[in-house]
Design a protein. Structure first.
Length: 258
């Protein structure tokens, strides 16, 4: 059943994305705000399909911890779901993305028009300079800037080194840094065909004020995110186990009872 639901969702996801992306092509030359609104419509429709077909819903915690005005949100990245939900809960985010993603049909085109910050990870220090330069006018407008500290999707329970881009933005922009943890990878894994039913939790944590030394802020950020992500993973596993225990078994047939 889970496999069949995964197949149905994947078909619906790619079909609807192709249809919506084609219909929405005029938004690529519309004002950026209109493009963002269209992106939010697409993201909501995908989350609706996910809930109806797979039975996978979500919960957002700690929205009141996001400061008003500009801030940097450093979020654990486990699933494609993460990029969908940010369009909705943050309203007008600017995400730091790999430059190659902007070449992906439909998604990349709209991400570029919506004002994403593209980074060439092979360019080293010059990439960081270009990233901070692109982020300054965005921060000045009070838009939240989202960056994934590990630079890529990471499976639940796995840790990769935190990349220097987070500290570069933090020190250059002098903005509050909001850690965010998620357990999305437990339900929608990287390159996973199957999606599990349940409830994904995204939790925004207490912000770190500007002005911390580089090493200290990176250590604090990693400790907060990884601790919260581990707790959310345990919560997902416990909920899944409890759900499986209370799911009634099919009655035995009369022939099997004799």
């Amino acid at each position: 059943m889970i496999w069949a639901r995964g197949l149905a969702f994947n078909v619906a996801f790619f079909a609807w994305t192709a249809i919506a992306g084609t219909i929405g092509l005029p938004f690529l030359i519309a004002p950026r705000a209109a493009t963002m609104q269209f992106g939010q419509f697409w993201a909501r429709s995908i989350l609706f399909l996910l809930r109806v077909i797979v039975g996978l819903d979500h919960e957002i915690r700690g929205l009141d911890r996001i400061p008003r005005g500009g801030c940097i949100i450093a979020m654990k990245h486990q699933s494609a779901w993460d990029t969908l939900i940010l369009l909705i809960v943050l309203s007008d985010p600017a995400a730091v993305v790999k430059r190659e993603l902007l070449l992906v049909p439909f998604y990349g085109w709209y991400a570029a028009r919506a004002g994403s910050i593209a980074i060439d990870r092979k360019a080293g220090a010059s990439a960081l300079r270009r990233m901070t330069a692109a982020a300054r006018p965005i921060a000045a407008k009070g838009r939240p800037i989202v960056i994934f500290p590990e630079g890529t999707r990471v499976a639940p329970g796995v840790r990769l080194p935190y990349q220097p881009g987070v500290a570069a933005l933090y020190q250059a922009l002098a903005l509050p840094l909001v850690p965010a943890a998620v357990n999305s990878g437990y339900f929608w894994g990287r390159r996973s065909f199957v999606k599990r039913p349940g409830r994904i939790v995204l939790e925004f944590l207490d912000p770190i004020a500007p002005g911390w030394p580089r090493r200290r802020v990176m250590a604090e950020l990693e400790q907060r995110i990884e601790t919260a992500a581990a707790e959310l993973l345990r919560e997902a596993e416990a909920l899944n186990e409890a759900t499986s225990l209370i799911t009634p078994r099919a009655p035995r047939s009369p022939s099997a009872q004799t």
